[in-house]
Design a protein around this ligand. Structure first.
Ligand code: GAP
Length: 580
């Protein structure tokens, strides 16, 4: 059971600021809420998290990355629905004038289902809630919709409206035709994008959880609508088990169900193999970056919470003692909604031609007009009448057509209906889209929060960031015991050897060795190498493990290979120790 006393938010943020992970942006002018800077260590850690994500989606799934502008023209967001509907419910505190998210105020006051209430209903519900800024009782307030997109104009003096993208996804939808050609006109295929998204959040008070500029990593996987239950690699995860908080469990206030992905699909709990596959992959990815499984759950959207076009949606939620369960990744079956919307707005068809294995014999009904009679009767309009007739649905009495504003009845003796058998090679279909959407900043916050720990070393309090070696910014520290007798030169050579092998090593020769360990423990460096006087004799060094503080001696000749294997998780420190 996780206790609220586990709340390490203040300590993590203090360490993050002091040691260069995260700090407020443009502090010298007074920081602006909803924006943060990643410092030297934070930027490196974030890059490592992003690269693990890339490894899963680009290397292992084979979905290539694209990079679209962060500003797009208005038409894109009219089609996507963001111009019309991408808004949050806002109210203003009558006492301190602070703008507030009305649904969050309601949730703070334990009012259920606030996110699905109408504005008037929500306004009535929150009258007795307290303002989170000034703590006065709100009283009567108006609740209205506030669009979260940042708008701009494109070009000097231009009237052309543009928006900063609120998600990376739209770039991949509007590039559909080019991507289809790149993937040689075959389904399924996917594209991924990682980059900044912008939302003018009303009241971002939750550190890295709610930002106005944040990094998303999204995949759009285009599949045949009838093939969603046939993921080509489903066997990779069919036995993968995890707790699933289904919408029924939530409605009944029950505990999550522990199921394999195969069971979840067979029981109809997860809509299809594609969604189940990315639920499991997301679980594995989040555990890889250092999220503890007991602080991770997958929650299905309730029917009234789900976007109207989505058939199924699961959120990966990470528990934070400060913020509760935080949505960190969303995995949705978005059906054909986005492609149809962009096709309608742009006039560009967004379909895939699916060729049948064998051509299908189909009957095509043709309506052949009696040209000589109708030609004379309609003269200049005859061409339009023939065209309308061909598209008409005739009855025994004849066909009713429209030419311009004129409604015309053509009696049945003036045309012939002919059924022709034709070979059809295939059909045009609009693919469905499965979308796993990751919030990189929320992932980074969860990693930092869960890594923070305090214990005792040599009788003193030790602060240690137990970061997974795969995301730790500095991968190994190198210390000469003394800065004389050639120990510093050996340590310097070892550091350079690490660098040449792509391992980020930090050389440190200042202060007592214990202090140097403490400095590295605090930034999560998983391993430290010490060069001592024995090194000169036997060409070995000590390698110290951050978490256990145990040490082993490793020959310098094997050092880079050993540290690489430790950092990449191919071996554990315990296995290294038992081998020696
Ligand atoms: N294309 C789908 C989409 O954008 P979303 O649930 O709105 O879905 C996906 O966003 C993820 O982006 C979220 O799960 C969250 O991790 C992250 N995210 C959304 N808004 C955010 C914000 N204001 N600050 C930080 N991360 C945010």
């Amino acid at each position: 059971m996780i206790q609220c006393s586990d709340d390490v938010f203040e300590s993590v943020m203090e360490l993050a600021r002091r040691r260069g992970f995260i700090w407020p942006t443009s502090e010298c002018y007074g920081a602006v809420a909803g924006f943060i800077d990643y410092g030297p260590l934070g930027a490196m850690m974030k890059r490592r998290v992003e690269n693990i994500w890339r490894d899963f989606y680009i290397v292992q799934e084979g979905y290539y990355e694209i990079e679209c502008p962060t500003i797009a023209q208005e038409a894109v967001f009219i089609a996507s629905g963001h111009v019309r509907g991408f808004s949050d419910k806002m109210c203003q505190c009558p006492h301190c004038r602070e703008y507030l998210r009305a649904d969050h105020v309601a949730e703070g006051g334990n009012i259920k289902n606030a996110s699905v209430m109408k504005n008037e209903e929500l306004a009535a519900a929150i009258t007795s809630c307290t303002c989170p800024a000034c703590e006065e009782t709100l009283g009567d307030v108006e609740v209205f919709n506030f669009n979260l997109m940042f708008s701009t104009t494109i070009g000097p003096g231009s009237q052309r409206v543009g928006y900063l993208r609120p998600e990376t996804a739209q770039g991949m939808f509007v590039d559909f035709s080019r991507l289809l050609r790149f993937y040689r006109d075959k389904l399924p295929f996917g594209a991924v994008q990682i980059g900044k998204s912008y939302r003018n959040e009303i009241s971002p008070r939750q550190g890295m959880i709610r930002l106005r500029e944040f990094t998303q990593a999204e995949a759009e996987i285009f599949v045949h609508p009838l093939e969603k239950n046939h993921h080509p690699s489903f066997r990779r995860y069919k036995e993968y088990r995890m707790p699933l908080l289904t919408y029924i469990q939530q409605q009944r206030c029950e505990e999550p169900l522990e199921l394999s992905m195969q069971e979840a699909v067979d029981k109809g709990i997860i809509a299809n193999e594609y969604v189940a596959y990315y639920v499991a992959l997301t679980h594995q990815l989040l555990v890889t970056i250092g999220i503890r499984p007991e602080r991770l759950r997958f929650r299905q959207h309730l029917p009234d919470e789900r976007a109207h076009y989505a058939t199924d949606c699961w959120d990966a939620e990470v528990f934070s003692p400060r913020f509760g369960w935080v949505e960190t990744v969303g995995i949705a079956d978005r059906t054909d909604y986005d492609l149809r919307a962009h096709a309608a707005q742009s006039g560009t068809p967004m379909t895939v031609f699916i060729q049948y294995n064998e051509p299908k014999k189909t009957i095509r009904r043709r309506i052949i007009p009696n040209m000589s009679v109708l030609g004379k009767q309609y003269r200049t309009k005859a061409k339009a009448v023939f065209a309308a007739l061909e598209a008409a649905v005739p009855t025994a009495e004849g066909a009713d057509i429209e030419v311009g504003d004129e409604k015309i009845h053509i009696p049945s003796h003036l045309f012939e209906i002919r059924d022709e058998v034709i070979d059809t090679r295939g059909e045009d279909i609009v693919p469905h889209v499965i979308e796993p959407s990751y919030g990189i900043d929320r992932m980074c916050y969860a990693v930092l929060e869960q890594a923070y720990d305090e214990d005792t070393a040599d009788g003193e309090k030790r602060t240690v960031m137990r970061l997974s070696p795969q995301v730790a910014p500095v991968q190994v520290a190198v210390f000469p015991l003394m800065t004389r007798d050639g120990l510093d030169t050996i340590a310097d050579d070892i550091t350079r050897a690490f660098h040449k092998n792509g391992i980020l090593a930090e050389y440190d020769d200042s202060g007592a060795i214990g202090r140097r360990y403490r400095r590295q423990d605090e930034i999560g460096t998983p391993f430290a190498v010490t060069v001592d006087y024995d090194t000169k004799e036997d060409h070995t060094v000590t390698v110290r493990d951050r978490d256990t503080m145990e040490q082993v001696r490793v020959p310098i000749a094997e050092l880079t290979g050993t540290v690489r294997a430790l950092v990449e998780g191919q071996i554990t420190f315990a296995s290294l120790k038992s081998k020696i």
